[in-house]
Design a protein around this ligand. Structure first.
Ligand code: NAD
Ligand code: DAU
Length: 347
């Protein structure tokens, strides 16, 4: 492959994928297509922006004529599609943006990819998706690649729709596709509306730590660079038309995780033990809150040899240190519209 398009590369996971590909494949031109919504930030890529094999393109995947022209001009050999509206709470307060970007935007990319190539040999469309398409687990069991889809939020329903459309283009038109469904990521550069960076930022500012409901919901946490490594592997080695689940084998209830974070933050900020935990505030539960997600990642382990490389304690420590030493980044991304949105919800 000579040209790979990565969408959503200015966002959290996308920026780690861009960095990995730009550094690892100097002979491949890497194009980053991003609308730069509130969640996209070019600061995330300042260390690689001047590399000769990297090009940034500002644009909206919902704009079909723009996407068609872009593909006609560059003839991308491969696409790794991450651009999306990604925050469940926002999908509850405003679902339409999710429907436009996640469903229509994905279909626009598929159409443009299909129109570009008469012969699909050596080409690939990789759709990066989420474990939330499977719905919610009870106390037992894990999501496998054959778990029936049962999305519950507007976000997960929009991602499930896009997964189905990607598979339909594979089945109907023979488009070469691969899909992965990953659990909750954590790490540097995550927008501070998601649980961990939100809590870190609030502890910094001595603000309340809002725990939805009783805090008993469970998530399976994976370090973002391990997800980027898995994406690299699936892109080159994944079997056409297949789906791979990616997860951390690392389940935490929200309240236990926030208590762990509070202890670490007290230590790192030189505060008395149990200071940050006093900020924990139970608030109204998220509407339709999924109880538990947990991934069975044995397929990607057995077929492609992927496993998380970092132990959770290491990844967690690196993450907290990153936010504490990148206060300017945090202040930059939380200025403007975001603060208004957040304050309206919680203050
Ligand atoms: P993010 O919100 O941090 O980044 C999304 C990026 O997409 C931003 O840079 C944004 O500007 C861009 N974007 C949004 N709408 C666009 C549009 N219409 N056109 C072009 N660009 C647009 O998201 P993330 O957490 O990095 O997630 C990336 C992908 O991975 C998403 O598809 C998400 O569903 C999936 N995913 C995320 C997680 C997670 O834990 N964060 C887990 C599994 C899967
Ligand atoms: O499972 C993968 C998904 O993980 C991704 O597809 C999504 O893009 C990503 O946002 C994430 O979804 P969650 O809803 O699980 O992540 P979030 O960080 O929003 O919330 C994690 C848990 O913490 C969830 O049970 C809700 C809870 N929560 C969240 C926030 C923001 C709180 O209790 N308080 C909060 O303030």
């Amino acid at each position: 492959m000579k040209k790979i398009l990565i969408t959503g590369g200015a966002g959290f996971i996308g920026s780690h994928v861009i960095r990995l590909f730009v550094n690892k494949y100097p002979d491949i031109q890497i194009f980053n297509l991003d609308k730069l919504t509130y969640a996209g930030n070019l600061l995330n890529l300042s260390d690689i922006e001047s590399k000769p094999n990297y090009t940034f393109i500002k644009g909206d995947i919902v704009d079909a004529p723009f996407i068609d022209a872009l593909f006609a001009k560059h003839q991308f050999d491969g696409v790794i599609h991450l651009a999306a509206e990604s925050h469940v709470d926002r999908s509850i307060s405003g679902p339409m943006e999710f429907i436009f970007t996640n469903i229509i935007g994905t279909a626009n990319l598929l159409n443009a990819f299909k129109a570009t190539w008469k012969d699909f040999t050596g080409k690939l469309f990789y759709h990066v998706s989420t474990d939330e398409v499977y719905g919610s687990l009870g106390d037992e069991g894990l999501f496998t690649e054959t778990t029936p889809y049962d999305p519950k939020s507007p976000y997960s329903a929009s991602k499930a729709s896009s997964d189905h459309i990607v598979r339909a283009y594979c089945h109907t038109y023979g488009l070469p596709v691969v899909i992965s469904n990953c659990s909750n990521n954590y790490g540097p550069n995550q927008f501070p509306e998601k649980l961990l960076p939100l809590m870190i930022n609030n502890i910094r500012h001595n603000k309340a730590l809002p725990i939805y409901g009783k805090g008993e919901n469970v998530r399976d946490w994976l370090y973002v660079i391990d997800h980027a490594r898995a994406i690299d592997l699936v892109f080159w080695k994944g079997k056409m038309g297949e789906t791979y689940n990616i997860g951390g084998n690392n389940e935490w209830t929200n309240i236990d995780l926030v208590h762990k974070l509070c202890e670490i933050m007290d230590r790192k900020l030189g505060r008395e033990p149990a200071t940050s935990a006093k900020l924990i505030t139970y608030v109204t539960d998220r509407a339709g809150h999924d109880l538990r997600y947990a991934i069975d990642a044995s397929k990607i382990k057995n077929e492609l040899g992927w496993e998380p490389s970092l132990k959770f304690d290491e990844g967690f420590d690196i993450t907290v240190d990153w936010y504490l030493s990148n206060k300017e980044w945090l202040d930059n991304v939380t200025s403007g519209d975001y603060q208004k949105y957040y304050d309206e919800q919680y203050l």
